[in-house]
Design a protein around this ligand. Sequence first.
Ligand code: KIV
Ligand code: ZN
Length: 387
Amino acid sequence: MEKVEIYDTTLRDGEQSPGCSLTHDEKMRVAKQLERLGVDVIEAGFPASSPDDFKAVQAIAGAARHSTVTGLARCVRRDIDACREALKNTENPRIHVFIATSPVHMASKLKKKPEEVIDMAVESVKYAGRFFPQIEFSAEDASRSDPAFLAKVVDAAIRAGATVINLPDTVGYATPEEFGGMFRYIRDHVSASDRVRFSCHCHNDLGMATANTLAAVEAGARQVECTVNGVGERAGNVALEEVGVALHVRRDVFHTDTRLNLKEITRTSRLVSKLMHSPVQANKAIVGANAFAHEAGIHQDGVLKNPKTYEIMSPSMIGLDRTRLVLGKHSGRHALVEKAEELGIHIPAEQVNTCFKAFKELADRKKTVSDTDLIDLFRGGRSTASM
Ligand code: KIV
Ligand code: ZN
């Protein structure tokens, strides 16, 4: 099955999100865990942006054993030189150069004419080619760029030596159809496009980052840029765990897979959440506390009979022990009896109804019923339940 490369930018784009900065040692821990997770590329920072970033890229590049390490650079020699210095002891380093190509970014931010932007891109890719075997070129704000101009920039970057072309949805504006369409358009209109790997980079401002990423994969992107737990600028980047698991679980649709060791997903998510002081919302896909939890009686009964009734993947696939049955006012008899057994308490069949009634009264008063509540409940009714 064709592989989609996973490019993790937790330590660059992710770390740019408010309150998520990491110390040097914390970055090293995250990078190590990313290697365990099996990501293909680690974007370790933006060396020209600060001495801390420079040191982090340098140290991660020196320590990485399996993943390619890269650093970000604007299309200016100073940035490329900083990457070159930071990555000089790596075997197969990659540089990531970018420049914005949308009308609003070129006119208001860069104050450059479109032709000047092409010249800067070409000059920088050529310069980077003197030092780097792998050159990724990003057309920032690609999804809001004029398609014909974007094709011109991409063509020029490939002819200058780019090996990876990244087309970002920088402000999370595109819809899946538009985003997939942009990849198709560029691949159709750039004759040299079969020489490079296409990459996508999606932000989540309208909650469409995962759908957009998958649309890009369907349209031929073979590198996906993402962050753990979806941390990143504003509403974040596309979440690595969502894309990785979606590509795996729906191989029947995407006909691709990744090299991720999915069993490391839970551990990675928890580490990043803890170090970045960034809690994961309970209903977050894949890694939220409720992603494999069931409270409703009908669901609990179904899952106990056959997990496939309400789970499209097993929790063990992402390194979680098991499904969590949460006992609350929506729960049913089956889950209560199962939970009691788990706590070492056997409820005889003729006493299930009495116990269940007492449990429902308690659950009506409390939002969730803890193990301690249950033990107290069963102990209180020792005459009805034997321990
Ligand atoms: O969102 C973006 O466009 C970026 C680029 C630097 C790739 O982060
Ligand atoms: Zn970004």
